[in-house]
Ligand binder design. Structure first.
Ligand code: NIG
Ligand code: FE
Length: 410
């Protein structure tokens, strides 16, 4: 099956052109063959040349016009609107029971966010059946897809016993190859004051049960969760089992988690709400991505990290939602982009790049996050002539169509 998306007013390829990291093309077309992008260029040069009559985008109907033409090529007229790569959401916790709406309400009245809230979700998750968790999970993925997310990483971390952690990574592996074992999320109540014993469990029996389903090992390296030596033990045990490291760090205060992540060659260190100059310098000289989670600062009323400082220092940044019932219950990458532009001093182009190519870098994937020949055909057609509208029109559903692996999914 071949699909030609043509009459694209603004195409974000993420294949850098000069100073433009988004590799922006105007009046462009994309050809998709067998789930991959096979050609990208000016619409006038498309290898199949349909005679379509372009409508100005403003008068285009809510849907998109699409017609079958000879040679089995489906032609989609983008009507002059913008196309971007599908969002790569490289940090989420989608397998859990219950919610914490009351905790959120109390926080908006002045209560402080604390990692201890995780334990209430652990109780609800242990009590949920596989099918209940699976239905929830698939619901979240549907809402993400409708908002343009075509690749997602999913962590465990609300089981915190061998049986439940194994269930969570197994359920996550049903829907994504990007599965992260986060048995070291917090110390569960039954191990209170015995953190080292819990780390023995995580690095022993729990890792044995979970590693076969996972690609990544993660740890919450923070006061109130796991110390730097404990975090190192967890990550090194995962690495020894063939998992690749990523780290939650500097969410609640400054610490050494970012430098630990860089030291171990982690693909990404996530949060970075409180970064020191040493952290920024370590990141800048490394291949570790700093994944910003704007929904967390928004939902916990913490200060926004300064993305400008990171980008100007040469750090690679990603943006992800961190969808979870405690610190950030949004699944909307457009929302996170809008917040990053508004409050983290990113340009719109930088934020969209971070939410697509940045997420791919954070997952060490070279087949997603860009629109170029050979890449997976994950594309989003916006209901707008420019990607700027994603930040300019916060809260407005701007996704007109989504192709995932070359198949129209929305
Ligand atoms: O990424 N930082 C730790 N874990 C989650 C929050 C989990 C929760 O509050 O339930 C996070 O923000
Ligand atoms: Fe998280």
């Amino acid at each position: 099956m071949r699909i030609l998306i043509t009459n694209i007013g603004e195409l974000t390829t993420n294949v850098p052109v000069g100073e433009d990291p988004c590799g922006t093309l105007h009046d462009a077309a994309v050809l998709i063959e067998d789930g991959r992008v096979s050609w990208v260029g000016p619409a006038a040069d498309a290898p199949v040349a349909p005679s379509i009559s372009a409508e100005p985008w403003g008068s285009a109907p809510a849907g998109i016009s699409s017609a079958e033409i000879d040679g089995g090529v489906e032609v989609v007229d983008a009507g002059g609107r913008a196309v971007i790569p599908g969002f790569v959401d490289s940090h989420s916790h989608l397998v859990f029971g219950g919610d914490r709406a009351a905790e959120f309400e109390a926080r908006m009245q002045g209560q402080k966010y604390a990692a201890g809230g995780i334990r209430s979700t652990v109780a609800a998750t242990r009590a949920a059946s596989d099918d209940e968790l699976r239905i929830r999970l698939r619901g979240f993925l549907d809402e993400m897809l409708a908002q343009g997310t075509t690749a997602v990483e999913i962590k465990s971390g609300y089981g915190l016993d061998v049986k439940t952690e194994e269930r969570l990574v197994r359920l996550a592996a049903e829907v994504t190859p990007e599965v992260t074992f986060l048995g070291a999320h917090v110390v569960p109540a039954e191990y209170a004051d015995r953190g080292d014993d819990y780390v023995d469990l995580v690095t022993g029996e729990m890792l044995d049960a979970c590693a076969p389903h996972a690609k990544w090992i993660d740890v919450f390296c923070e006061t109130g969760a796991f110390s730097v030596p404990q975090s190192r033990r967890v990550l090194e045990a995962g690495i020894a089992r063939g998992l690749q490291p990523r780290v939650h760090a500097s969410q609640l205060g400054p610490g050494e988690g970012v430098r630990l992540a860089v030291d171990l060659g982690a693909a990404s260190v996530d949060h970075g709400t409180y970064l020191t100059d040493e952290d920024v310098a370590a990141l800048a000289g490394s291949s570790t991505v700093l994944t910003l989670l704007p929904g967390v600062e928004f939902s916990t009323r913490q200060p926004y990290p300064d993305a400008r400082r990171l980008i100007d220092a040469g750090v690679t940044v990603a943006i992800a939602c961190d969808t979870n019932p405690g610190s950030s219950f949004t699944s909307s990458m457009p929302f996170c982009i809008a917040v990053a532009v508004r409050d983290m001093r990113m340009t719109v182009a930088e934020a969209i790049h971070a939410a697509t190519a940045g997420g791919a870098a954070a997952l060490r994937r070279d087949d997603i996050g860009r629109i170029a020949p050979g890449m997976r055909a994950d594309l989003v057609l916006l209901k707008a002539a420019s990607r700027v509208h994603l930040a300019y029109r916060p809260g407005v559903p701007l996704v007109a169509a989504v192709w995932k692996d070359g198949v129209r999914a929305v």
